[in-house]
Design a protein around this ligand. Structure first.
Ligand code: MN
Length: 321
């Protein structure tokens, strides 16, 4: 188990030096700003990304997300779906051939939603969500979409892309819909529960049809047990990597928290990853904003990453002792 940094777009010397200085081994880039002409990424641009990261002694272990415009019609079943599928197959093959072993993406045509932020410990600012407020927001697309048509679109895609991933030796995983509520802006938040993820992995029983395990979002799922979900998906080798962050509670209302002050016992969680033989990396995902921190959150992330490193050390040494 390893600690990584991620959630920055570009492989700049500043971010990479920061990650290396704080002892990370793995790096994840989120929606790197590559020339996406024609809605797809080229092999040479992806190879260049990996080589840049490796110059700092780090491993480019995953790419997270492509621009939503690359595959919105795949999610919604629009008229350009097949063209987008062709381009996405091209991109996924290129990510694999560039030597990047994991591609994580999401199934949220209208992205992550939050409502008014919360002031937490000593005026730190954390993002928050209140379903009551969000329900008043207007539709984000042309019409309201149905739950089952969204499942049909997802199944159609998974059945096409999984064999491609197997052929190329790349693992794909989907981030849960955040916040995990039934509907936002007229779009079903399909992957919002333990049951929904069981259904997803059963579409194609393959190591290449897996999960970008945002523990933060899984912890937000109403009525579901986070420890049980880590164990269930961990034992089945479905967890590609982990967004290791904490929240105050579950939907319909929650705010984000410091890594060690949310409702989830992170030590207990880390022990389960270790017990099930999880062998990949953790990143902080996002952190509360504190005094004089940068917008990316260098201070907050250094704290969270150090906490992750300490937990990994603790559970690993305990198991040996
Ligand atoms: Mn996440």
């Amino acid at each position: 188990m390893r600690a990584g940094f991620g959630q920055f777009r570009d492989a700049t010397p500043e971010y990479l030096r920061f990650a290396a200085q704080y002892g990370a081994t793995d790096v994840l880039l989120n929606t790197p700003s590559l020339p996406g002409m024609g809605g797809r990424w080229e092999l040479h641009d992806l190879v260049k990304l990996r080589l840049t990261v490796e110059q700092y002694g780090l491993k480019l272990s995953a790419l997270e997300n492509v621009p939503t415009s690359f595959y919105d019609q795949i999610m919604l079943g629009g008229p350009r779906r097949d063209e987008q599928i062709e381009n996405m197959v091209f991109t996924v093959r290129n990510i694999a051939r560039a030597g990047i072993p994991i591609f994580g993406y999401n199934w949220m045509p209208s992205h992550v939603w939050r409502t008014t932020p919360a002031s937490i410990r000593c005026e730190s600012i954390a993002t928050a969500f209140d379903y009551g407020q969000a329900k008043k927001m207007p539709r984000t697309h042309d019409r309201e979409y149905g739950e089952e048509e969204m499942w049909d679109n997802l199944e159609y895609w998974i059945k096409i892309i999984t064999p491609v991933a197997e052929e190329e030796g790349i693992r794909l995983g989907i981030h849960p819909c955040d916040p995990p509520v039934p509907l936002l802006g007229g779009i079903p938040q399909l992957l919002r529960s333990f049951d929904a993820y069981k259904r997803l992995i059963e579409i194609c029983p393959s190591d290449c049809n897996a999960i970008e395990f945002c523990q933060g979002t899984f912890s937000e799922m109403e009525g579901d047990d986070i420890y049980e979900m880590i164990r269930y998906f961990g034992e089945r080798n479905k967890i590609l990597y982990v967004h290791f962050r904490n929240v105050s509670g579950q939907v319909p209302r929650f705010h984000e928290e410091f890594i060690n002050t949310g409702y989830v016992d992170m030590y207990r969680a880390m022990k389960i990853y270790h017990q099930v033989g999880f062998d990949s990396f953790f990143i902080d995902d996002h952190v509360p904003q504190t005094f004089q921190d940068t917008s990316w959150g260098h201070r907050g992330r250094a704290f969270a990453n150090g906490y992750i490193q300490a937990l990994i050390e603790a559970v690993t040494k305990e198991a040996v002792a």
